[in-house]
Design a protein. Structure first.
Length: 339
């Protein structure tokens, strides 16, 4: 074996060369392909993202269209979708809940405004009659009734009577307004048994021909305003006296049940229609529109009853008496010492 010098072959240098044209061409084609594929993937991703966003925003666009109708005043519309399965659906549920509250608030405000307008109209109507009478009798005095003692006495008496009537009407309206505003009442122990007994005694004096029974065997003490609670019982008894025939019996009872005091005043008259029972506690409402104001009052008695009982934390209801008639039931919380 012969040792040849390093880097030499037969005394000459040997140089080997391989062309790289095919490799460079293949690499360039590969880079172009990768670039095109990358661009295609990016373009496809953008298109897919736009499609997904479009599909995702479609429910929001529907919500926006519904929102325009709601903004135009149609509070009954609701947005879709409203489902707990998706974020947009949960947003729809929240929006629908908010819309329901807004609709209820607007309905309450509308009803309140309607009641206020009706109250003002009814109050104006009630005050117009006595004011007209006062004006008429005042003109009668001015035109010469003073020369006739009989006419002068009549004019002065009627002016005084109508003035008293207006004062009572205004006082009743002010009482209802104060109670609606949540003005506090006097609070002291009040025995409903005593109030019911006094109301029954007063009714027997006013209507001796009637059978008026009282069932109040025990003391029933509540916390409240004695004067206003007497007004409640008096108004209910007076309502039974005025709106039933002269010989119709009236039954008054005071009991306790489950920590509450229950006052019941039942008559056996013609009773109330269903639509009347729903509105009987509204101010100036009369179940019998033909009844004169002199015999039937201004229609504030039961409104005062409802307002006073509500201010005491109780409730008042009316139902049909067994055998015919109307029964008014008042429930009040018992005083702490009696519960």
């Amino acid at each position: 074996m012969t040792d040849w010098p390093e880097g030499r072959f037969g005394g000459q240098f040997v140089v080997l060369a391989i062309p790289l044209t095919d490799v460079q061409s293949t690499l360039s084609a590969l880079l172009q392909t990768e670039a095109l594929i990358s661009l295609a993937v990016v373009a496809a991703t953008v298109v897919l993202a736009l499609v997904i966003i479009e599909i995702g925003l479609r429910p929001l666009r529907r919500m926006g269209a519904v929102a325009k109708d709601i903004a135009a005043g149609d509070l009954t519309r609701r947005v879709e979708p409203a489902t707990p399965r998706t974020e947009i659906g949960r947003l729809g549920l929240a929006l629908n809940a908010m819309l329901s509250q807004i609709e209820a608030a607007f309905a309450q405000r509308t009803a309140s405004e309607r009641r206020l307008r009706r109250f003002i109209a009814d109050a104006s109507h009630e005050l117009r009659t006595p004011l007209t009478s006062v004006r008429g009798y005042s003109e009668m005095l001015r035109r010469g009734a003073a020369a006739s003692p009989v006419d002068a006495d009549l004019a002065r008496r009627r002016i005084e009577e109508e003035s008293v009537r207006m004062s009572a009407l205004v006082d009743d309206m002010l009482l209802i307004a104060r109670l609606d505003q949540g003005r506090p009442l006097e609070t002291e122990p009040v025995d409903l048994q005593v109030i019911a007994r006094d109301a029954a005694a007063d009714a027997r004096v006013v209507a001796p021909q009637r059978e008026i029974t009282l069932e109040a065997p025990d003391k029933v003490v509540v916390s409240g305003d004695d004067t206003r609670l007497r007004q409640v019982v008096g108004n209910l008894v007076r309502n039974a006296l005025v709106h039933t025939p002269g010989t119709t019996p009236i039954e008054i009872s005071v009991t306790t049940l489950n920590g509450t005091a229950r006052l019941s005043i039942a008559d056996h008259g013609s009773g109330l229609r269903t639509e009347d029972r729903e509105r009987i506690f509204e101010p100036f409402y009369r179940a019998d529109p033909s009844r004169s104001r002199d015999s039937g009052g201004a229609g504030l008695g039961l409104s005062i009853v409802n307002a006073v009982v509500t201010a005491h934390g109780g409730r008042v209801d009316v139902k049909e008496t067994s055998g015919g008639g109307a029964t008014f039931e008042v429930e009040l919380p018992l005083a702490p010492a009696s519960s």
